[in-house]
Design a protein around this ligand. Structure first.
Ligand code: ZN
Ligand code: ZN
Length: 149
């Protein structure tokens, strides 16, 4: 069961409504043995085809996969993207380009903010915090919270 996050900048209201995690139908068999299922999740033909062919070559699916919150490391716009990783001779993960500047989007994780607020930081660069692309503030309110399946 996944989580719903409705995050908004505490100052200007910029934000994203994102589903994170996986749904009931997201078994590895469904997601990675069915081209159309994966294509719907990643919404990118090149990534889907590359994934399918690496799986045929014997790459294995890392069990940590699901919808995640991403941001552009350059302009900090937020996106909801499907995360996964394949392990083989090399590691492979989807690389999503920012629609505004073409930089590769990076995954975010939750970090502590002041009471009642949350911050986001980059998974790969633990000291790099997200800030709002509109106003520069780095705190978010979570407007609603729930689960999806
Ligand atoms: Zn803002
Ligand atoms: Zn960008």
């Amino acid at each position: 069961m996944g989580e719903i996050h409705d995050l908004h900048c505490t100052k200007c209201g910029y934000g994203i409504k994102a589903d994170t995690g996986i749904g009931m139908l997201y078994s590895p068999e469904n997601v990675f043995r069915n081209r159309q299922f994966l294509l719907d999740l990643v919404d990118n033909t090149k990534i889907t085809d590359q994934t399918m062919s690496l799986l045929k070559e014997g790459y294995e699916i890392n069990e940590d996969y699901g919808h995640a919150i991403y941001a552009c490391p350059n302009d900090f716009y937020l996106f909801d993207k499907f995360y996964f990783q394949l392990n083989g001779p090399n590691k492979f993960g989807p690389q999503y380009p920012c629609p505004y500047c073409q930089m590769t989007l990076e995954r975010l994780t939750f970090a502590k903010g002041n009471p009642g607020t949350t911050r986001l930081r980059f998974v790969k660069e633990p000291k790099k915090y997200w800030h709002c692309p509109k106003c520069g503030n780095d705190e978010l309110n979570e407007m609603a919270f729930g689960n999806w399946d």
